[in-house]
Design a binder for this molecule. Structure first.
Ligand SMILES: [Mg+2]
Length: 249
């Protein structure tokens, strides 16, 4: 029998707070955002961890908060959606929105015309922007990027100083206002009870998670990249299940 040890996974520091990305971290990436599957052990683990960690479990995602409510009803204590553009600090609390502009409607209309040229491209609406998903046609990522950059181009403005940016995500390009990112989300969540004073442990799989990882580490916590530490979302879920059973320390 080959001796293959399970890769070592980290324990939790005393007084940890968990801040977890959703797609590609807690859930396997699916062909479309609507077709993800929530394995039944996941809500169980997260609820047990909330009980262990004084409720300090948050989901930090690019999706709107309502989608987290639909996928994981009543599970995380705090939810940050839209990459920090909308945060609900407690169950049943108000949704706090960063005061950010929405991109011009004309951009979306132009993006729809671009998307209509490809069977594998779909547009996802957000309150402050939209996303072009191309998982079904990975090869056209660079073409879509160029098309979006020319739609968004403003000859009168330095691109670094524009109010909107084109953000790379997993097989997707997102048009979003500058100023909201997952680092901001982590800072805001950690500033309120029951998270304040705890050690932030952030887990994410994507370029958009780098800001969350950096802020968690700067605050004395840890940031884990799924691929480096757990391999894949199943590895993250197995880790959470072990922690929830009290076997992770
Ligand atoms: Mg992700």
């Amino acid at each position: 029998m080959p001796l293959i040890a399970a890769p070592p996974t980290p324990g939790l520091p005393p007084n940890a707070a968990l801040l977890l990305d959703l797609d590609g971290t807690l859930l396997d990436i699916a062909a479309t955002p609507d077709s993800v599957v929530v394995p039944p052990d996941l809500p169980r683990s997260l609820r047990a961890l909330r009980a262990m960690l004084g409720d300090a479990v948050a989901v930090v995602t690019g999706r709107p908060v309502e989608q987290i409510d639909a996928l994981l009803p009543g599970v995380p204590y705090a939810v940050a959606g839209e990459h920090g553009g909308a945060i609900r600090h407690a169950p049943g609390g108000a949704l706090e929105r960063a005061n950010l502009p929405a991109p011009p409607d004309a951009w979306r209309a132009q993006a729809e015309r671009v998307a209509a040229g490809y069977s594998g491209v779909m547009i996802e609406e957000k309150a402050r922007g939209f996303v072009l998903h191309y998982r079904a046609m990975p090869e056209i990522g660079p073409v879509l990027r160029q098309a979006m950059l020319s739609i968004m181009a403003d000859p009168n403005r330095d691109p670094d100083d524009a109010p909107f940016e084109l953000m790379r995500a997993h097989m997707a390009w997102e048009v979003k206002p500058r100023g909201a990112d997952k680092g901001l989300a982590v800072r805001h969540i950690m500033s309120r009870a029951p998270f304040t004073g705890r050690t932030p442990i952030y887990v994410g799989d994507d370029v958009t998670d780098e800001d969350g990882i950096r802020v968690a580490r700067t605050a004395g916590g840890e940031g884990y990249r799924v691929q480096e530490v757990f391999g894949d979302p199943a590895g993250v879920r197995a880790w959470l299940a072990r922690l929830a059973e009290g076997n992770g320390r």
